[in-house]
Design a protein around this ligand. Structure first.
Ligand code: PMP
Length: 443
């Protein structure tokens, strides 16, 4: 799958410069997926190319932000038309109103929308709004769920769950997060015992874009418990929003939270995000509120709703609204999941392939069946040694496949059956290599 291209710099040269200019050579830890870092020059549809001309079938899709694939013509056109008008003026503008209107139409809980600059800002703001609205201090969140990197949400994303991971997090931040297993009985006990709970936040997919699925009925359990104990239910739909369905996970399942955190597809794969919520709760963000003056939230942000982002966002959501992209993206993911199961079975490798909507995950190890990791803990699923994950990602990369993170991928409406065929060959080759290197074992 390699082509030769005119290049001015090799990846090795770029990597040396990156190491001299950025800590660890990176702007995000997940961007180095293997020993050999790759530098991408451009993407189109389901594919992308590195600066040396090597082609990859991409299953990261802009870290799950590109449901339509790379450089969709409507999205490109929207950016091109907006750029000469000015990328940003720090004023009210028509596109942000259209954008908020589309979100309101698609996401059931988004009676009002506030734009932010990233998914982490959406979740941090959601926590602040929940505290202000209820006058309480703590947020329940779930083991291993990733709800952004801010001090307000990072605790609980990695083991040990009760202390902030890494250094430099504000002392005391961990005490404001109550990290629980995804067990409704434990959630209820906590709500009953602790009157300081303001809200509950979770990844609507289950931890880490669904690699640890939620127990059956859990979203509804949380909806019922939030009503019973008068706390604010927050769905982090940064991944699932506009992907699980045009209305996100809540649209698909008909379970409406009080607030919704959005990023990635909501911006058409551009920097930014949004918080949506019930009008009464979001009123705390109204700078001239008269009804909620005693609990007003201060929230600013230079680039909130910037026109350069609003334009491609509107172009994307107009297509999302049709529901068409989901059909193709979901069908492709399903074919990949099924194909992986066949490979695991034929090679007698212990493991499963699973996932919802346009995602697929692999687990290497003992599982209840070839299509489920039910009953496994977050530590079982995410505890696969980093060396195994790295070896798998390197093997895939060597075969022209870029995965999302850990052992899974994200599909788009631009992926084709030809991509599936090439991808399954690459996955089979990678698994064979890992077996012969003794990295994974037989069932
Ligand atoms: N929540 C979830 C579920 C996410 O997957 C992410 C990012 N991958 C975030 C929040 C944070 O979003 P951002 O990277 O835009 O800050």
């Amino acid at each position: 799958m390699s082509t030769t291209a005119d290049t001015t710099q090799t990846q090795k040269e770029l990597w040396d410069k990156a190491l001299a200019t950025m800590p660890g050579g990176l702007s995000h830890p997940n961007r180095r997926k293997a020993d050999d870092p790759i530098f991408i020059s451009h993407g189109k549809g389901s594919r992308m190319w590195d600066v040396e001309g090597n082609e990859y079938i991409d299953y990261s899709m802009g870290s799950a932000s590109l449901l339509l694939g790379h450089a969709h013509p409507d999205v490109v056109k929207a950016i091109q038309e907006q750029a000469p008008l000015g990328t940003y003026t720090a004023s009210c503008h028509a596109l942000e109103v259209e954008w908020a209107g589309l979100i309101q139409e698609l996401i059931p809980s988004a009676e009002r929308v506030r734009f932010v600059a990233s998914g982490s800002e959406a979740t941090a703001l959601a926590a602040r709004v929940a505290r202000a609205y209820t006058g309480k201090t703590k947020i329940i969140r779930f083991q291993n769920h990733y709800n952004g990197w801010s001090d307000l949400t990072i605790t609980g994303s990695e083991t040990p769950y009760d202390v902030a991971p890494g250094h430099g997090v504000v002392p005391g931040a961990a005490e404001t997060m109550v990290v629980l297993p995804t067990d409704p009985a434990v959630v209820e006990e906590t709500l009953k015992a602790d009157p300081e709970i303001a809200g509950i936040i979770l990844e609507a997919s289950g931890a880490n874009w669904g690699s640890v699925p939620l127990p059956e009925g859990f979203l509804q359990d949380l909806r019922d418990l939030s009503d019973k104990y008068s706390v604010v239910l927050i769905f982090d739909e940064v991944i699932t929003g506009f992907r699980w369905s045009p209305g996100g996970a809540q649209g698909l399942m008909g379970i409406v939270p009080d607030m919704t955190c959005m990023a990635k597809i909501v911006t058409g794969g551009n920097p930014g995000g949004a918080l949506g919520g019930k009008a009464d709760i979001m009123e705390v963000l109204n700078p001239r509120t008269t009804t909620h003056a005693d609990r007003k939230v201060i929230h600013k942000g230079t680039f909130n709703g910037a026109p350069a982002v609003a334009a491609p966002a509107v172009a994307t959501l107009k297509i999302v609204k049709t529901g068409e992209p989901h059909k193709q993206a979901n069908a492709i993911a399903q074919k990949i999941r099924e194909g992986i199961r066949v490979i695991l079975e034929e090679h007698q490798v212990a493991g499963a392939a699973y996932g919802e909507a346009s995602t697929y995950h692999i687990h290497f190890g003992d599982t209840p069946s070839r299509d489920s990791v039910e009953g496994l803990t977050p530590e079982d699923v995410r505890g696969i040694p980093a060396s195994t994950v790295y070896a798998y990602q390197q093997a895939l990369q060597d075969r022209g496949i870029n995965n999302m993170s850990h052992l899974g991928g994200i599909t788009s409406a631009a992926h084709t059956d030809e991509d599936v065929e090439l991808t399954l060959k690459a996955i089979e080759g990678s698994i064979e290599q890992l077996m012969s290197d003794g990295v994974i074992g037989r069932s």
